[in-house]
Every structure is written in structure tokens, then in C-alpha cells.
Design a protein around this ligand. Structure first.
Ligand code: FA5
Ligand code: MG
Length: 475
């Protein structure tokens, strides 16, 4: 049930979300297509694969407190400042984030609640699952709303006679973690002074080492839990998928997050590629100090529930999670146990290309479109989806084109009838001094075959909006 309405630019000057009014301003950029999905809470819907996946992961974190109902509207402070994001961090850009107004947004990650939960201090370990919102690429593993689970475990140094005794307690706890025979690639040192520093003014090398070891082993074990369940599901379904024969493999990659250091991402080998499933690290002590827990030290992670659910059930397309089609929903049943997803008929794809000249002055020679802005909320500053033009462009008539603007136009028009949007050509015409881009849009419904007229109609609308909103010239 949609629990919100979208007010048009003209009147009234506010957005209503879950019965709460928010004044609009020049930052407001949440489209109706997003608001209409707000509050569906798939991660708590009984028998939904996201809910089943969440419960399975929660079962691995016993003695943790599990939070599942924090609302998605948060302050800019919660989402960014409280975590130590710098004022110029690219994740704050309106190209990447849905703003309700300049102070309020739809959370881009579950980390937005870390400081509040640490501050409440009701348990050493906790998880938090929720819907998160990002302006992002369109393809089979990206959707503008997805679900994350945040998790953290901290130890209170003040409970121990010496810091060394606390370190020893963490080691004891580590020694009791389940062992596994998962193949793990972890080629880098736990910390590195330039690439992945430990917090020297707060943590000893021994503390950093043992917290990191505890974190990695816990998350590896979580993956083992998921895949053991997946194997069982496969057996129960009597399926014999080729992918299951590949040995399970994970690897640790150095990463950067403002709220952890050192930091890593975990990737899982899936259908011939490394799929990133989570980010994590040793919690920034400054964050715990802000949360009035200066004596606590520990680890935190944030994982993508869809990514793991896709692995667990063999779900091939992220849009399926939003399906209300019984052919999808009836396949999942908590009582009957896990079963692999059986794809129902695949409808034909309808590719359409759109090629256009960017407005004059937007050629920004040599610069390429930066696709896949998934890392921009959390990662290094250079991981941002780049604006395409230099500031010298005249933006008085049109805003500067950003790839995510195209993604949103397509989503608003085609809804879940679009599977993938990608750049297939990008060149600068030297004589004309203009830059041309060509995108291929794959229209495909998961539920039915679309007619050529229908697809053409949507595609024409996309072209028209590109011209109207960004002043591009269709080639
Ligand atoms: C974060 O959001 C950090 N807040 C994670 C974190 C938490 C780090 C706590 C350290 C401590 P990232 O942007 O990489 O990081 O997203 C985390 C996970 O969410 C990704 O690994 C991926 O599994 C999932 N994810 C990210 N973008 C999408 C998307 N568009 N669609 C589906 N899943 C996504
Ligand atoms: Mg990432």
C-alpha cells in the first residue's frame, strides 16, 4: 500500500511521506516513482525472500539485538555528518541521493542509524535491516531502492582491568567462533599506513588485529551459513544447477569508508565474477565518542540483502523482489523450507538506442562518463559518479546532464519494464567541438511481453524528456 503522495511543483509546496509533511526546497528531488514504493518493508513481509534471507543472517548473530523498523526518512546529519563524511563528500550530491529538502533525505545506507544505536547502548551486538535509497545505475543487480543490513559488535574497555585484558577477551571470543573450510583470499596486511590505516591514536596494533580477525571470521561464517542453506535449498528443489558445483570462494578487498578504518569489502565468486556483498571495518573511535561511548571498541558491517538473496535463491534479476506476481511470491514459504527460485517464462527484450549531442560547452574533452556509482556513498572521493561537464557550462537554461538523470527518466517512464541501461558510445567531434553519447536501453518486462508500440511510446518519451530537461540534441 502506498503510504505517501507526491505534490507537484506548483502546489502545495510540501511532500507528504507516511503522513508527515516536509517543506520542499531547491534540494527536493524525490520522484513520485520512489515515493509510491516507500514503506513496503519487503524485509519484514512474511515469506518474502528478503525477509527469509534477513532471518537466516540474523540467526548467525545470536545474542545480538535485531532492529527492523526504523523509518527511512533521516536527517542529512544522521546520514552523513554523524559518520564523519566530509562536507564535500561526493555521496552528498543530488545526483546520487534523494533529498526531501536540504536537511532531510531518504537514507542512502543503514549506517545512518549507527550513532543513535550506539548511543542507546542496549546491546553489545546488534543488526539493523531496512530499505535504503540511491540514485544509481539501471541493471540486473541495481535498483533505486534496496535493502541493507547493518551489524556491529563492540566491547567495553572499561569493563576490564587493563586494555590488554580487553584485547585478551576479544581473542577468547575469536577462538570460540566456528571454524570453516571456505576458500578465502586475503592478500593484504590487516592495516597499511597509507592505503588502509589503523587508528593509531586510539587503537594498538594488537587491538586492530584481533578486531579485524573477529570481524572477518564472523562474516565468512555468515556466508557459509547462507551457502549451506542454499545447498540444502538446491537439494530440496531437486535442481542441479551448474553454478553450485563451483567451490564457494570469498575474497577481502581493501576499502575506504568515513566511519571505519581499516576497512574492507567482501566479494563472493558468483557465476564467473566477483560480486561485492558488503563493506565493513573497525569502527572510527570518533564516531563512538560522538555516541558517548568512548570506552567501546569494535567492528561494523553493512551488507546488501538483495545480493545475498540472489545468491541464496538463484534469483536472476533484482526487480523480481518488487513483484506482486503470484508466480514469484508463491515460490517462497518459510514453513516448507528453502527452495531455489524456478524462473518462469522469460519475455523478449526490446533494445532501443538513444544517441544525442550534449549541449554546447558540455564536451569536457577526454572525460568519460563514470558509470556504476555504487561506491560513492561510502568510498574514496574519486569513486563518485562524475558530473559530465566543467563548471564553465552555461547552466542557466538546463541543468548539467548526469548519467543518473537518464537512469531516473527511464525508470519514471518505463517503471519495472526496463532491465538495463548502458553507455555504448562516447566521442567528441573535434571540428564541431561537441560530445556525443549513445545509450542502449533494454526494455523487458518480467511479467509479460510488451508490444513494439508500447516500447516505442516509452522510448519516445525518454527522448523527449532528455531534450526538455537537459537541452540535448537527439542525433
Ligand atoms: C555502504 O553503504 C556502507 N555504509 C557499508 C558499511 C557499513 C561499511 C558499516 C562499513 C561499516 P556500500 O555503498 O558499498 O557501503 O553498500 C554496501 C552494500 O550494499 C554493497 O556491498 C552491496 O551489497 C549493496 N548495494 C550497494 N548498492 C546497491 C544497489 N544499488 N542495489 C543493490 N545492492 C546494493
Ligand atoms: Mg561498495
Amino acid at each position: 500500500v502506498a503510504r505517501c503522495t507526491y505534490s507537484q511543483e506548483v502546489s502545495p509546496p510540501q511532500l507528504t511521506i507516511a503522513d508527515q509533511d516536509y517543506p520542499k526546497d531547491s534540494w527536493t528531488n524525490v520522484p513520485a516513482s520512489i515515493l509510491s514504493q516507500y514503506g513496503r518493508s519487503l524485509h519484514t513481509e512474511p515469506n518474502h525472500p528478503l525477509s527469509i534471507t534477513r532471518k537466516l543472517i540474523e540467526s548467525r548473530f545470536q545474542n545480538f539485538r535485531h532492529h527492523n523498523d526504523l523509518p527511512g526518512v533521516v536527517t542529512v546529519h544522521q546520514n552523513f555528518d554523524s559518520l564523519g563524511f566530509t562536507p564535500d563528500h561526493p555521496g552528498r550530491n543530488r545526483t546520487d541521493t534523494y533529498y526531501i529538502n536540504k536537511d532531510t533525505l531518504l537514507r542512502t545506507h543503514t549506517s545512518a542509524h549507527e550513532v543513535d544505536i550506539f548511543h542507546a547502548n542496549t546491546s553489545d551486538g546488534w543488526t539493523l535491516s531496512a530499505d535504503v535509497y540511491r540514485r544509481d545505475a539501471v541493471d540486473r543487480s541495481h535498483y533505486p531502492i534496496f535493502h541493507q543490513m547493518e551489524g556491529a559488535l563492540t566491547w567495553d574497555r572499561s569493563q576490564y582491568a587493563t586494555p590488554g585484558a580487553c584485547t585478551e577477551a576479544i581473542r577468547q571470543s575469536f577462538n570460540h567462533l566456528p571454524k570453516h573450510d571456505l576458500v578465502v583470499e586475503d592478500p593484504n596486511p590487516t592495516f597499511h599506513p597509507e592505503r588502509n590505516p589503523r587508528q593509531e591514536s586510539h587503537h594498538s596494533a594488537a587491538e586492530t588485529e584481533i578486531i579485524a580477525a573477529h570481524l572477518k571470521r564472523s562474516l565468512e561464517d555468515m556466508v557459509v551459513t547462507i551457502f549451506t542453506a542454499a545447498d540444502k535449498a538446491l537439494a530440496a528443489s531437486g535442481q542441479n544447477a551448474a553454478e553450485s558445483k563451483e567451490p564457494l570462494k570469498v575474497r577481502w578487498v581493501e576499502a575506504f569508508f568515513p566511519h571505519t578504518s581499516p576497512s574492507w569489502e567482501m566479494e563472493v565468486w558468483w557465476r564467473g565474477t566477483w560480486l561485492e556483498v558488503l563493506g565493513c571495518g573497525v569502527i572510527q573511535q570518533d564516531l563512538l565518542i560522538r555516541a558517548e561511548q568512548p570506552n567501546r571498541i569494535g567492528w561494523a558491517f553493512g551488507l546488501g540483502l538483495e545480493r545475498l538473496a540472489m545468491l541464496l535463491f538463484g534469483i536472476p534479476d533484482i526487480r523480481l523482489f518488487w513483484s506482486r506476481d503470484a508466480r514469484f511470491l508463491r515460490q517462497f514459504d518459510e514453513e516448507k523450507g528453502l527452495r531455489r527460485f524456478m524462473p518462469y517464462s522469460k519475455h523478449p527484450a526490446a533494445p532501443r538506442d538513444v544517441a544525442f549531442w550534449l549541449p554546447r560547452g558540455a564536451e569536457a574533452e577526454g572525460e568519460t562518463v563514470i558509470a556504476g556509482t555504487e561506491a560513492s556513498t561510502s568510498s574514496a572521493p574519486n569513486a563518485a559518479g562524475g558530473r559530465l561537464a566543467e563548471p564553465s557550462v552555461d547552466t542557466s537554461t538546463h541543468p548539467i546532464f548526469h548519467e543518473n538523470d537518464l537512469m531516473e527518466i527511464v525508470r519514471n517512464i518505463a517503471g519495472d519494464g526496463v532491465e538495463d541501461v548502458r553507455l555504448i558510445d562516447d566521442f567528441v567531434h573535434k571540428k564541431k567541438g561537441r560530445r556525443s553519447l549513445c545509450y542502449r536501453i533494454e526494455y523487458r518486462s518480467l511479467e509479460r511481453t510488451m508490444t513494439a508500440e508500447e516500447v516505442n511510446g516509452m522510448h519516445e518519451k525518454v527522448c523527449r524528456e532528455l531534450v526538455e530537461k537537459f537541452g540535448v540534441e537527439i542525433r
